[in-house]
Design a protein around this ligand. Structure first.
Ligand SMILES: NC(=O)c1ccc[n+]([C@@H]2O[C@H](COP(=O)([O-])OP(=O)(O)OC[C@H]3O[C@@H](n4cnc5c(N)ncnc54)[C@H](OP(=O)(O)O)[C@@H]3O)[C@@H](O)[C@H]2O)c1
Length: 333
């Protein structure tokens, strides 16, 4: 397994996004299946694991903590706070963005308990809470470092401007934003800011939530709770148009001697040497396929044709609904 650098950590060039084991794409797999995927990742040399307080409203951290605790020294454990499940008076738990310092500290302490560890290696602010200055939320993350509860800090779904403000309060180790062939926002400014400041870029949803794996054929069959149902790119009319990109995309994958999923991941690894993609999967065979992308070599000519084929202009529909867009940093550049 090739490696990359994330602040003080040397990590596998491809990490594991653990969210999918408890959250997001319909009914999550059983705990046994989740454990199988996590153990297969360990056995295959994955050393960067990504979770969050939000995922399964704590269930994902509980699973990750239980399975990975005996390997704690071998891995870089990453989690996130500032967006978590909050149970209201009606007994219903809802996702709440809350970047107030006291909430971030409480989220982190809850995460430490669920993860069965004394310290989280990389702790992100999951969303910038626009009601709280980024400097205040970053100050809380900084206090967690002082208290020895987290080793380093990161931000998720932030623009270059917000990153610079936060970095002035406390050094930021990693930015975790969506980045893939069909979501190119980071190319506007966030990637350059990371390069300039020596910050790692962790690319989430790197295989386009399954689209670039040729895994989403009929959106009407997605489960009711699958979050793709709320995403404009997966609305039937847009998806129909996007599917038309796939035959040429799959031909490029064949030319590169890899699978469609591997092409999406290899492209990210070729873009900059400080990018670490974190694909998510519920299946061991998909995990093995994704990890093998680290060995795929893409020629400059093929990279050019690939980028011309799949980019934000050739894709139909926005990545987020209007409501979700309001929750992320203005444009997430
Ligand atoms: N910071 C944030 O706000 C944020 C937001 C979203 C995600 N994330 C993180 O990023 C991670 C990955 O993002 P994501 O899960 O949204 O998107 P993704 O990794 O782009 O796509 C995941 C989807 O692709 C499928 N897939 C993966 N490899 C495949 C393969 N080789 N062949 C066929 N299908 C494949 C998975 O299905 P199968 O289960 O069938 O393999 C799953 O439905 C998450 O786990 C989470 O840790 C962070």
């Amino acid at each position: 397994m090739k490696t990359r650098t994330v602040g003080p950590f040397t990590v596998s060039a491809i990490g594991l996004g653990c969210m999918n084991l408890s959250h997001a794409y319909g009914v999550p797999p059983s705990a046994e299946q989740g454990e199988k995927v996590l153990r297969a990742a360990l056995d295959s040399g994955v050393t960067l694991f990504d979770t969050a307080a939000l995922y399964g409203f704590g269930a994902n951290e509980t699973l990750v903590g239980r399975v990975l605790k005996s390997h704690r020294q071998e891995i870089t454990l990453c989690s996130k706070g500032g967006m978590a499940g909050v149970t209201g008076d009606d007994g219903v738990t809802r996702r709440v963005i809350d970047g107030r310092p006291e909430s971030i500290i409480r989220n982190c302490e809850d995460s430490l308990r669920r993860l069965q560890t004394d310290v989280i290696d990389l702790y992100y602010l999951h969303r910038w809470d626009k009601k709280v200055p980024i400097e205040e939320s970053t100050g809380a993350l900084s206090r967690l470092v002082e208290q020895g509860k987290v080793r380093t800090i990161g931000l998720s779904e932030v623009s270059a401007g917000t990153l610079r403000k936060a970095h002035a309060v406390h050094p930021i180790t990693a930015v975790q934003n969506e980045y893939s062939l069909w979501t190119r926002n980071p190319e506007i400014a966030a990637l350059d800011a990371c390069q300039e400041l020596g910050i790692a870029f962790v690319a989430f949803s790197p295989v386009a939530r399954g689209f670039l794996c040729d895994a989403v054929h009929d959106v009407t069959t997605l489960e009711a709770k699958d979050i793709r149902r709320t995403m404009p790119r997966f609305e039937p009319a847009n998806h129909e148009r996007n599917l038309k990109l796939l035959p040429a995309y799959k031909a490029l994958a064949r030319e590169a001697g890899c699978t469609p999923a591997q092409l999406a991941l290899a492209w990210l690894l070729h873009k900059r040497d400080f990018i670490v993609p974190i694909p998510g999967t519920t299946r061991v065979d998909h995990l093995q396929e994704d990890l093998a992308a680290g060995d795929v070599k893409l020629e400059p000519g093929l990279l050019q044709r690939l980028e011309a084929l799949v980019n934000e202009k050739t894709v139909a529909g926005n990545r987020y609904s209007e409501q979700s867009n309001r929750e992320v940093d203005a444009e997430t550049f």
